[in-house]
Design a protein around this ligand. Structure first.
Ligand SMILES: Nc1ncnc2c1ncn2[C@@H]1O[C@H](COP(=O)(O)OP(=O)(O)O)[C@@H](O)[C@H]1O
Ligand SMILES: [Mg+2]
Length: 240
């Protein structure tokens, strides 16, 4: 077993009814990596993340987490409890609940002392001061970028070892895109958090990621250090 992997996926296949969507996928996310999953729309990026989170079943293959644990057959809640934080595409915060309540949902899923809960809340507020300022506002009243920050803040209530972000910059203002890039770099550097993100914007991927993998029609067709993402690969698999 490779102890240097935070997640190691081997031979993963997935079907939506009759439609074969992921094909014999292998993916190794080393501990401490910032791995960017790339590919055009409909290539299977979100499907792969959902299989990893246990939100949809894989048909075959193996997902080894944190060196030893086989995740297939483990519920999504349990995977979260093992330290996998997930920020879904489209964010999916609770729009009727306040910002504070959204964070509390994450915190109360864990059995923490009040002191620990306060400490974590203060940490999340220090990363996202806007969430403190807007604590009483309904999630649905925030801007897209603020909702994204809330969704990331909520994922951090788990104190994850692995943070998964599905298109965190989709539909948000450029200044917040930049802040989210900074945040990913900071969490990775300061906490050693391993990050797996889907991102289609090349400048963001090049700035934030350490490694990349490209999906094309459900197959991993190229991977490497982010510096090896050539214009040729971009032309072939990423531009429309
Ligand atoms: N719930 C679903 N049922 C059936 N087909 C789906 C479902 N979700 C996604 N698909 C299909 O699976 C393929 C991969 O989708 P997805 O993983 O969302 O791609 P990406 O995230 O790369 O844009 C697409 O062809 C999409 O239409
Ligand atoms: Mg997607």
């Amino acid at each position: 077993m490779n102890q240097n992997s935070m997640v190691k996926i081997s031979g993963l296949n997935q079907f939506y009814s009759g439609s074969h969507t992921l094909w014999d996928l292998d993916l190794d996310v080393p501990r401490g990596a910032r791995m960017c999953l790339m590919g055009r729309n409909g290539m299977g990026k979100t499907t792969l993340l959902k299989c990893l989170m246990g939100l949809i079943p894989a048909t075959s293959g193996e997902i080894i987490y944190d060196g030893t644990r086989e995740l297939r057959g483990v519920s999504a809640d349990r995977r979260a409890g093992l330290g996998i934080g997930y920020v879904p595409q489209g964010r999916e915060i609770f729009s009727q609940l306040t910002v504070d309540e959204n964070l509390r949902v994450g915190l109360e899923a864990r059995s923490l002392s009040n002191a620990k809960r306060r400490e974590l809340t203060a940490y999340i507020h220090s990363l996202f001061p806007v969430l403190k300022q807007m604590g009483g506002r309904r999630g649905g009243d925030l801007s897209g970028g603020q909702q994204q920050q809330l969704a990331i803040g909520r994922a951090l209530t788990l104190e994850p070892k692995l943070l998964i972000l599905d298109e965190p910059c989709e539909g948000i203002q450029p200044n917040i895109v930049h802040d989210i890039g900074d945040l990913i770099l900071k969490l990775n550097k300061e906490l050693g958090l391993t990050v797996l993100l889907v991102e289609q914007k090349l400048p963001f991927a090049r700035r934030v990621a350490s490694d990349f993998v490209i999906l094309d029609k459900g197959r991993a067709v190229a991977k490497g250090a982010i510096g090896e993402l050539t214009d040729d690969l971009v032309r072939k698999h990423l531009t429309v």
